[in-house]
Design a protein around this ligand. Structure first.
Ligand code: DP6
Length: 351
């Protein structure tokens, strides 16, 4: 009998950014965040986990074919330990279950996009890992409960356990038991919503999210102002999504991206994630919206220079037209600027 399970998880892109931890061990955020999960077919991680009594002691993991060390008290180790604990609870309840919780694991994970290029690879990677182990262990917990564990692997990973529009509630409890992700609306609620990923650079990013946000918490005074604004934004954007009000959704998304990058600049020493191409994309989107007399596209940037542009399906040709006009893609000139239009997924279920 082979005990093996595979799961995939897509990338999610935040409209309200998570930036700052109030507890670095449990990964409890300083603010709630909200994201859109992208299409399963484009940017995703796929993870296969196998448990076998005959494996040599110790868990082993390969990321894109390269072995990574699994430290028992590191983020990965913690996720594995917590899922094992949940499995052993089931084994205690039902003695006929094989004792998978006691067997060593072998885990292989692949991303179908550049790792750590500001494209949230840790989010999809950790979510796929948690989903594959949950399936291997046949756990009864739902996606929100699993998000409590994915969160401890990488904060943003908790949101990738759902498709569609997802909120990560910061929670109030010091043990983190209420800091979890939940679906605001499924993708099917607003299928016209599309995302365009503009890969400005696929190089590994300079300052990691983990160290960058910690430096922000320690040194930025502007972060305190940001934390006052976010709760209202969470309410407004949730309503905009429910009402399918694109202009409101777009305005909040762009403002929150700008607020996040301002806080990065206010960090000491400062963190620069946007480059000149990123800033030109902002100008192009501003011009496009102005010339249409309404907001038809919204930009947002994570911890890197790549842009994600949200737009409704009917306006995608206009957005691509504007982007291609100002940033023509040319293989011959080795222009690093590539475009990948991405559809959002049908309801994504971790099982
Ligand atoms: C800018 O989830 O990568 O993408 O919890 O330290 O692993 P850790 O950080 P991570 O940070 C993501 C930051 C962001 C914003 C967001 O996705 O909300």
């Amino acid at each position: 009998m082979v005990y093996e399970a595979t799961a995939t998880a897509p990338v999610n892109i935040a409209c309200i950014k998570y930036w700052g931890k109030r507890d670095t061990k449990l990964i409890l955020p300083t603010n709630s965040s909200l994201s859109v999960t992208l299409d399963q077919d484009h940017l995703r991680s796929t993870t296969t986990s196998r448990a076998d009594e005959s494996f040599e002691k110790g868990d082993r993991l390969w990321l894109n074919g390269k072995e990574e060390v699994v430290k028992p008290d590191g983020r990965l180790g913690v996720c594995i330990k917590e899922l094992r604990n949940w499995r052993s609870v089931e084994e205690e309840k039902d003695s006929s279950l094989p004792k998978l919780s006691q067997w060593p694991l072998r885990i292989a994970s692949y991303n179908n996009f550049p790792t750590a290029a500001g494209l949230a690879s840790s989010a999809s990677g950790l979510a796929a890992l948690v989903a594959s182990l949950a399936r291997l262990y046949q756990l009864p917990q739902n996606a929100s409960q699993l998000s409590l564990i994915a969160r401890q692997g990488s904060g943003s990973a908790c949101r990738s356990l759902f498709g569609g529009f997802v909120a990560w509630r910061e929670g109030e409890k010091s043990d983190g038991s209420d800091s979890l992700a939940e679906e605001i609306e499924p993708q099917s609620h607003w299928p016209e919503m599309h995302a365009i990923i503009c890969v400005v650079s696929d190089a590994k990013k300079g300052t990691s999210s983990t160290s960058g946000m910690q430096r922000t918490v320690e040194t930025s005074t502007l972060l305190k102002e940001r934390l006052k604004i976010v709760p209202e934004r969470m309410k407004l954007i949730s309503k905009a999504i429910k009402d399918k009000n694109f202009e409101e959704f777009a305005k909040i998304t762009m403002k929150d991206s700008n607020s996040f990058h301002s806080v990065c600049l206010d960090t000491f020493p400062p963190i620069f994630y946007l480059n000149d191409v990123s800033k030109s994309i902002i100008s192009v989107i501003e011009e496009l919206n102005k010339s249409n007399g309404k907001i038809i596209a919204a930009y947002t940037f994570d911890a890197g220079p790549n842009a994600v542009i949200y737009s409704l399906k009917e306006n995608i040709p206009k957005v691509l037209g504007a982007i291609n006009k100002f940033f023509p893609t040319s293989e011959e000139s080795k222009d690093p600027f590539k475009l990948t239009p991405v559809d959002l997924p049908e309801n994504f279920d971790y099982k």
